[in-house]
Design a binder for this molecule. Structure first.
Ligand code: GMT
Length: 382
């Protein structure tokens, strides 16, 4: 198939999923056209079957705001026509589904057919879409899509309820390439000394440091573990709450035990260095960061929110807690890290969950099948 993909190309779960999906589809022989404002950050630019079409937004002194949405819709229609796309797949409802709708209408006016699928990732529904000013247009974009997928059953149900949508929403969960995300003991032996001494445990957190991630809870949990055993924390990512986390770390006396690494390209090399992942989010529609860690054999201490229980079975492949219960998270993390047998069992279960249920080789065919169904349905009943 010839597939157009639009996403936010910067750091963030939806962009990661969209880019990894494009890479996996291209490896399976599909022709992939990314239509984005910048090259998606996980692309090298040298992958076979992958093309990148930049959306450039021309500005003019009259425009108070550069019209990105219009430039994107125009580029979508152009690329679809020039490269005979079979389908367009947009990630994150706002504004991408509405841009795709415009592109579809522009092409229809010329007798061309371009079905589009919207994948909902979470904050497009839970935060942005429920802002009253965006709700009607988000709802319109979803309803007008030729197909809609959600990354968890929780997000599907939440979307139906919040937007009063009765049409089908297909659940296709996040995935991970278990060959790229795995623990290579030789690499770990080389890289681990850069961050910790042999006797120190390593905890990790990976996010965009937005308030929904509760990064200060990560510091609180780590401070409790570090009080009980030698430990280090890798804070991977960056965002608005980073300075609050740094300030709290200094106040709790653990600043020198924490590596704030900023935004990182190759998280698949960093995650396997960790013993535990901490994901204390206020909300996660799925929790891709935990899945990536689990694929590397790193269990997660997380909150029982959103779609996280669809990934983590409490006590089996990770541990779940109420939002903000940093005492319980700290106690459980310390206990698990002090019990090598229990830790090994949980780490193995985490890797096995990623392999058995969320491996790219299982999830990508679900997208292929869904594309085919939408293409067939809309070509017979456009
Ligand atoms: O929260 C983020 O990291 C950003 C956000 C996004 O859309 O970029 O992530 C959402 O999409 C991820 C990929 O599908 C999910 O794994 C995250 O759970 C989801 N974040 C939230 O729901 C808060």
């Amino acid at each position: 198939m010839k597939i157009g993909i639009t996403c936010y190309p910067t750091y963030g779960g939806s962009g990661v999923v969209a880019t990894e999906l494009g890479i996996e589809l291209a490896a399976r022989g599909h022709d992939i056209h990314f239509i984005t404002s910048a090259p998606p950050f996980r692309l090298t630019g040298r992958e076979a079957n992958i093309h990148f079409h930049e959306v450039s937004v021309s500005n003019y002194p009259l425009f108070e705001y550069p019209p990105y949405d219009l430039a994107l819709a125009t580029r979508m229609a152009e690329v679809a026509e020039l490269y005979s796309l079979d389908i367009l797949h947009v990630h994150y409802a706002i504004p991408h589904s509405v841009c795709a709708l415009l592109a579809r209408q522009m092409l229809a006016a010329r007798g061309k057919h371009l079905p589009f699928i919207t994948t909902l990732h979470g904050t497009d529904i839970t935060l942005v879409g429920l802002d009253r000013s965006y709700l009607p247009i988000t709802q319109f974009g979803i309803v007008q899509s030729d197909g809609v997928t959600a990354i968890s059953s929780h997000l599907r149900d939440r979307t139906r309820e919040a937007f009063n949508i009765s049409s089908e929403i297909e659940v296709i969960r996040n995935f991970v390439n278990c060959d790229v995300y795995q623990r290579d003991p030789a690499k770990v032996a080389t890289m681990r000394p850069l961050y910790a001494k042999p006797e120190e445990k390593i905890l990790a957190h990976l996010s965009n440091f937005r308030p929904v991630k509760r990064v200060t809870d990560v510091i609180e949990v780590f401070a409790r573990v570090a009080a009980a055993m030698p430990a280090r924390l890798l804070m991977i990512g960056d965002g608005p709450d980073r300075s609050a986390a740094e300030y709290l770390a200094a106040r709790l006396g653990v600043r020198d035990r924490i590596h704030f690494l900023g935004k990182q390209e190759n998280v698949n090399e960093l995650l396997p260095l960790a013993d535990l992942m901490i994901m204390p989010s206020e909300m996660e529609s799925f929790g891709l960061a935990a899945l990536e860690a689990m694929a590397c054999g790193v269990p997660a201490i997380a909150t029982r929110v959103g779609g996280v229980p669809e990934l983590i079975d409490d006590g089996i492949n990770g541990l779940l807690f109420p939002i903000g219960d940093v005492d319980a998270m700290g106690t459980a993390a310390t206990a698990l890290l002090s019990d090598p047998a229990a830790y090994r069992t949980m780490a193995e279960a985490a890797r096995k969950t990623a392999q058995d249920r969320f491996c790219a080789s299982r999830i990508i065919p679900l997208y292929e099948d869904y594309y085919q169904r939408v293409i067939t349905r809309t070509s017979t009943h456009p």
